[in-house]
Ligand binder design. Structure first.
Ligand code: NAD
Length: 297
């Protein structure tokens, strides 16, 4: 059994760390929030007083933090992971962050002689609790092979996407498709309503025709056709509009930095920004259909 240090015990990190405890590993955690620390202690984890104390004895360090600046600070500051972890430690960052920061931190880890992967997830809090997350992993083959047994405990699909930063690249490209497709499906239902086309009929046609996609068949933004979609519970999240906006902004920053043409990604980011500003940040991202209806002429 490994000794694991887990940094960031929030909505995602808490249940992920708890699954590592359940699998029999010795897991010590740290978080700025007292409530998060208490939840993890109740799940059987131990709490460390500082990052240096946490990582000094760890075989594996996992981080699940809000954004790139937190990740860079936790790894690269004088009191951070790289200054205090053992050289043979394996480092796994599962936060969703920008590709450039992920690559910078991976380079610093390599310079310190440590193996590191970026391993962002999809699957949400439900997937974190059930241990069924999808991991998109960037890093060298040896680091991927070392990380896989631990990712297998927290997830059910583990994809090696290439070198450092490619896990983050896969995540933001996938979520750009998702944001755009959810708006496309929502627009189609709004137009169908105007044309007097029953939503169930549109679903029957498009779910088996060329309009078929996950936003339609798994996460349908109108109530009825897919009983498990958030539309049936008043758009209670699921995946919040704020999270979708975060990921779309990451895709647009990456597109700008790398001169990629993503005009629909840019439009999706603008629409989700307006949707969030309308007070909908905490609702499910599929609720964008109601925002589009509000724009009907
Ligand atoms: P969260 O805000 O619930 O958890 C983040 C935790 O990190 C907080 O508890 C915070 O106190 C802690 N933290 C921040 N800075 C810290 C530091 N310096 N040291 C120790 N702890 C620190 O967020 P979350 O929903 O768990 O998301 C975490 C990451 O996972 C984000 O990058 C998010 O984009 C990604 N993600 C979230 C979801 C989701 O559905 N929630 C799905 C996929 C990916």
């Amino acid at each position: 059994m490994a000794s694991i240090g887990f940094i960031g015990l929030g909505n995602m990190g808490g249940p992920m760390a708890a699954n590592l405890v359940k699998a029999g590993h010795e897991v010590s955690g740290i978080d700025l929030s007292e409530a998060a620390r208490e939840r993890f202690a109740e799940a059987g984890g131990s709490i460390a007083a500082s990052v240096p104390e946490l990582v000094a004895g760890a075989d594996v360090v996992v981080t699940m933090l809000p954004a790139g600046r937190h990740v860079e600070d936790v790894y690269c500051s004088p009191d951070g992971v790289l200054a205090h972890a053992r050289p043979e430690s394996l480092l796994i960052d599962s936060s969703t962050i920008d590709v450039a920061t992920a690559r910078r931190v991976a380079e610093a880890a390599a310079a310190a002689g440590m193996m590191m992967v970026d391993a962002p997830v999809s699957g949400g809090v439900g997937g974190a609790e059930a241990g069924t997350l999808t991991f998109m992993v960037g890093g060298p083959d040896t680091a991927f092979a070392a990380a896989k047994p631990f990712l297998d405990i927290m997830g059910k699909s583990i994809v090696h996407a290439g070198g450092a930063g490619n896990g983050q690249a896969a995540k933001i490209c996938n979520n750009m498709i998702l944001g755009i497709s959810m708006i496309g499906v929502s627009e189609a239902f709004v137009l169908a309503e105007k044309l007097g086309l029953d939503k169930q009929k549109l679903f029957e046609v498009s779910s088996t025709a060329s309009g078929q996609c996950w936003s339609l068949t798994t996460y349908c933004p109108v109530p009825g056709p897919v009983p498990t979609s958030p539309a049936n519970r008043d758009y209670q999240a699921g995946f919040t509009a704020a999270m979708m906006l975060k990921d779309l902004k990451l895709s647009q920053d990456a597109a700008m930095a790398n001169s990629a043409a993503t005009p629909l990604g840019a439009e999706a980011a603008a629409l989700y920004s307006l949707f969030c500003n309308s007070g909908a940040e905490g609702t499910d991202f599929s609720g964008i259909i109601n925002f589009l209806r509000g724009k009907e002429g």
